[in-house]
Ligand binder design. Structure first.
Ligand SMILES: NC(=O)c1ccc[n+]([C@@H]2O[C@H](COP(=O)([O-])OP(=O)(O)OC[C@H]3O[C@@H](n4cnc5c(N)ncnc54)[C@H](OP(=O)(O)O)[C@@H]3O)[C@@H](O)[C@H]2O)c1
Length: 368
């Protein structure tokens, strides 16, 4: 399976284009794929014509199988994944092609585990969703923080971001997620997330400091309990990350349930129409200015506590770096993991985080 090209499906989108540039920058053998031949040709021209293109519609099962038959890995960037993901992952598994994607959607990650775990193992294929900013650094730092302290009573993962401007595709996807409501992990099991949004503060290390946070059902909920033994997983984000302003903190417990319920009414159509009028994504300078801090605190059942912190910048640029790094490791040959995995179980967590240093990622874990 190794050595075939890396196909990027959805190469013409905001994220797919960043992935295409990263594949080109690294000089990897790659194919630009998607549904629109004209857009793909223009993208290939912008990249100097070095990467071939293949236009295949999502409902063309034979066309997708034919495309992936020549490849070792596919990077899927065509979201929302709950809507568009399944044909790509099915064709990948059927052709023995490793699969990574840029989803941030918790229900899609759960769906892949439920629907494709057995088939991926039988085909000796690794299916690795969420290989972007959501949720590679969080998944890896949670794994490292828990090492030596398991079994855990609780594992807390908290996100603080500054200056992140979501793309149109991310906003469209996030609205679908808010409508779904998602799951939490408590008492060793997945449960529907409650509508209420409790207020809390979380002590981020300097320079971020203590911040108002809200619970949200992140993708790590679907991923981390599969490689860390914990009774509970608590996932938090700062109010500033959610609404773009810390000043809105007091309103969040009221606004979030109201917004979630409203999205289950015809208002949903109006919101979608507004999203369609958004610009595709932030311009490069603004994109690069975004910053993040992710903290994982592992509370051992025996009372020991261990903390990991990961910091970085440019979350969309990083998404391209992480997805391509994951695909390159699979393409290189000698890769032998199979099943539906997350970054921490698909790769060595330390060497993967170390590989992100040139992209501005730093991390530290408390000594044992
Ligand atoms: N986890 C993370 O950190 C992270 C980071 C970045 C993005 N994402 C996720 O990645 C996804 C893409 O985001 P984006 O900002 O790149 O969105 P985007 O710019 O809207 O791109 C969407 C891509 O999907 C393709 N597509 C849409 N409908 C399709 C269909 N019916 N058949 C085939 N292809 C179709 C589009 O093709 P056309 O160009 O032909 O329309 C385009 O290539 C979103 O779900 C977003 O949430 C996650």
């Amino acid at each position: 399976m190794g050595n075939g090209a890396i196909a990027v499906y959805g190469a013409t989108g905001y994220t797919g284009t960043l992935v295409a540039h990263e594949l080109r920058r690294r000089g990897l053998d790659a194919i630009l794929a998607g549904r629109d031949a004209g857009k793909l040709a223009r993208l290939s021209d912008r990249l100097g014509g070095a990467l071939p293109t293949r236009a295949v519609e999502l409902d063309d099962r034979d066309g997708l199988r034919h495309l992936f038959g020549d490849c070792s890995v596919v990077i899927d960037c065509a979201g929302p994944f709950v809507r568009y993901g399944e044909p790509i992952v099915r064709a990948a598994v059927e052709t023995g092609t490793h699969y990574v994607d840029t989803t941030g959607e918790q229900p899609y990650i759960q769906f892949l585990h439920e629907r494709f775990e057995d088939a991926a193992r039988a085909a000796e294929v690794a299916v690795v969703p969420a290989m972007g900013f959501d949720y590679v650094p969080g998944d890896l730092i949670a794994h490292l923080a828990a090492q030596g302290v398991e079994p855990l009573g609780d594992l807390v993962i908290a996100y603080a971001t500054q200056g992140v401007q979501p793309t149109r595709g991310t906003t469209r996807t996030a609205i679908g997620q808010a409508r779904d409501g998602g799951e939490v992990y408590e008492d060793g099991a997945w449960r529907r997330a409650p509508l209420r949004t409790p207020r809390a503060r979380f002590p981020f290390p300097p320079p971020v400091g203590p911040q108002p946070v809200m619970r949200y059902p992140s993708g790590e909920v679907a991923m981390v309990p599969r490689h860390v033994r914990t009774r509970r997983l608590t996932t938090l984000m700062t109010v500033e990350t959610f609404v773009g302003s810390a000043a809105a903190a007091p309103l969040v417990p009221l606004l979030v349930p109201a917004f979630t319920l409203a999205l289950r009414t015809p208002l949903h159509g109006l919101v979608q129409a507004a999203v369609d009028r958004m610009p595709e994504g932030p311009p490069e300078q603004q994109r690069r200015a975004a910053r993040f801090t992710i903290v994982a605190v592992a509370h051992g059942e025996d009372g020991r506590v261990r903390r990991g912190v990961v910091r970085g910048e440019d979350v969309y640029g990083l998404t391209a770096v992480t997805a391509v790094e994951g695909a390159a490791r699979m393409q290189a040959g000698g890769y032998d993991r199979a099943g539906v995995l997350s970054a921490a179980s698909a790769y060595d967590p330390v060497s993967f985080l170390d590989a992100l240093a040139p992209a501005g990622v730093t991390y530290a874990v408390d000594p044992l």
